[in-house]
Design a binder for this molecule. Structure first.
Ligand SMILES: [Zn+2]
Length: 474
């Protein structure tokens, strides 16, 4: 059986999960389900990044130990994934022994072979980001990433020889155009690497909540160096590396396309096939932020609209890869138009007529004499191509083309007239409609697993009992 390995980033366990976390995870779940249905041996990994000073800060504020804090937060992640039907195969936590062991092993190996060395760091340090910056990177004493104040710091640190891998990385990008996706995001990374890579500080003396550096326990391993290794510590003994897709948000694309592959090159481990970065959500036109307190809580929408409506909305609303906006208004509009009116109506109209006109014995079949039949015959090839190019929004659009055309077929062919005038044609029309419903139920199963099961039951029962998506008026 062919292997397929897909990951989400491990999420930083300093706060409860929100829209952003759910977005990446739903997308990864859709892809994982798609390849499982194709018969592949899928390993879908998610998890939590549990070290660093921001975790210690959150634990301090809540007056619990760091370990108690992260133990609590991961419950929030796991229960959200359960409600969203996330079919992960493994959930890795960076505080687990299997991970700590791997990080120490890798650090020790790179130290012995000279890819990590001890030096002195002096630069501008941002406590919130746990990162150093150079004079040119800081604007007016502020961190370029989070705009908080930075402080001048000089300390002993271990460095990873990132600079050594500059040319190898550039060659890899050139030879593997699929490595960075969407491809329009690649040039920024290529230019960054071409501008010259500096060695990376990979240890911290001032961060206590972390993995101790082997042989020098006054240092802890830099959180990013620690976190990235989850992809191999979880895959240990599974014979599933290299990873097929690392799905990430655009803000961490650089870590996954520059630092991570350089670490793997140093370890002589093959590089992942693709790193795909999706865009960012704004909420009602504004950036999501702690200060604005406008993080979208997925539970609120799952409660009101259901899990599948949430899964559908986030992947349909903005082309996968781009930025876009989340608002309850657009959610409600899409729910009523795409789900209640188009999909829900098609299923209920089709099967109420199957009952009314006693068409239970009609077998699904696409007939190219009808526009819907033509669409159905070409669907599989187009859908496969689109899914395998990670064009998730476009894949949903292809399914909705069928739904719209099937509804149009009912409107134009008027089965209620055909029932009186032309029973042969009525049967032909329903062969196509039933074929459409069957194809829809299969194609949406990766995106909306519960709805797919409900439609499959309707197909088997040959009747509808209750609407799939009751209209919601606000
Ligand atoms: Zn910062």
């Amino acid at each position: 059986m062919k292997n397929f390995y897909i990951t989400t980033p491990i999420y930083y366990a300093n706060d409860k999960p929100h829209l952003g976390h759910s977005y990446t995870t739903i997308a990864a779940d859709v892809i994982a389900r798609y390849y499982r249905l194709k018969g592949m041996n899928v390993f879908f990994l998610t998890g939590t990044d549990e070290h660093g000073s921001k975790i210690a800060e959150a634990a301090n504020k809540n007056d619990v130990t760091c370990q108690n804090w992260v133990d609590g937060i991961i419950g929030d992640f796991k229960s959200l994934w359960k409600r969203l039907n996330i079919s992960y195969n493994d959930f890795i936590r960076t505080t687990e022994e299997r991970h700590i062991k791997k990080v120490r092993e890798v650090f020790g190996k790179l130290l012995r072979q000279g890819d990590i060395y001890k030096g002195k760091y002096s630069g501008w340090y941002c406590v919130a980001c746990e990162s150093y910056f150079t004079d040119t990177q800081i604007a007016e004493g502020k961190c370029p990433d989070c705009s908080k104040n930075v402080e001048r710091l000089e300390e002993e640190s271990y460095f990873f020889k990132l600079s050594k891998y500059q040319d190898t990385l550039l060659k890899h990008y050139e030879k593997n155009p699929d490595f960075m996706q969407p491809s329009w995001r690649a040039s920024e990374m290529v230019n960054f690497v071409k501008s010259g890579l500096k060695d990376l500080s990979v240890s911290r003396k001032n961060v206590k909540w972390g993995i101790p550096v082997p042989g020098d326990e006054t240092h802890t391993v830099y959180v990013w160096f620690d976190a990235l290794l989850n992809y191999i510590s979880a895959a240990e003994d599974k014979d599933i590396w290299p990873c097929d897709i690392h799905l990430v948000g655009k803000e961490i694309f650089k870590f996954h396309t520059v630092i991570w592959p350089a670490m793997l090159l140093a370890l002589d481990i093959p590089l992942p096939k693709t790193v795909f970065a999706h865009g960012w959500w704004t909420v009602n036109g504004e950036k999501m932020s702690k200060s604005k307190g406008n993080f979208v809580n997925p539970h609120k929408f799952i409660d009101k609209y259901g899990c599948d409506a949430y899964r559908y909305f986030v992947l349909r609303q903005i082309p996968f890869g781009d930025d876009g906006d989340f608002s309850e208004k657009s959610f409600l509009e899409r729910y009523n138009s795409d789900l209640a009116n188009n999909l829900g109506n098609l299923i209920s109209r089709t099967f109420s007529m199957v009952e009314k006109y006693s068409l239970q014995n009609v077998a699904p079949s696409a007939n190219s004499e009808f526009p819907i039949g033509k669409l159905l015959n070409n669907f599989d090839e187009k859908f496969t191509k689109s899914m395998e190019n990670i064009e998730l929004t476009a894949s949903l659009e292809l399914i909705w083309e069928i739904i719209d055309e099937a509804n149009r077929t009912i409107d134009s062919e008027k089965p209620w007239v055909l029932f009186k005038t032309d029973k042969e044609k009525l049967k032909l029309v329903f062969e196509n409609l039933l074929s459409a419903v069957e194809i829809i139920s299969k194609a949406i199963s990766s995106f909306m697993p519960e709805t797919s099961e409900k439609i499959k039951k309707i197909i088997a029962d040959k009747k509808v009992s209750e609407p799939l998506f009751p209209r919601i008026n606000d």
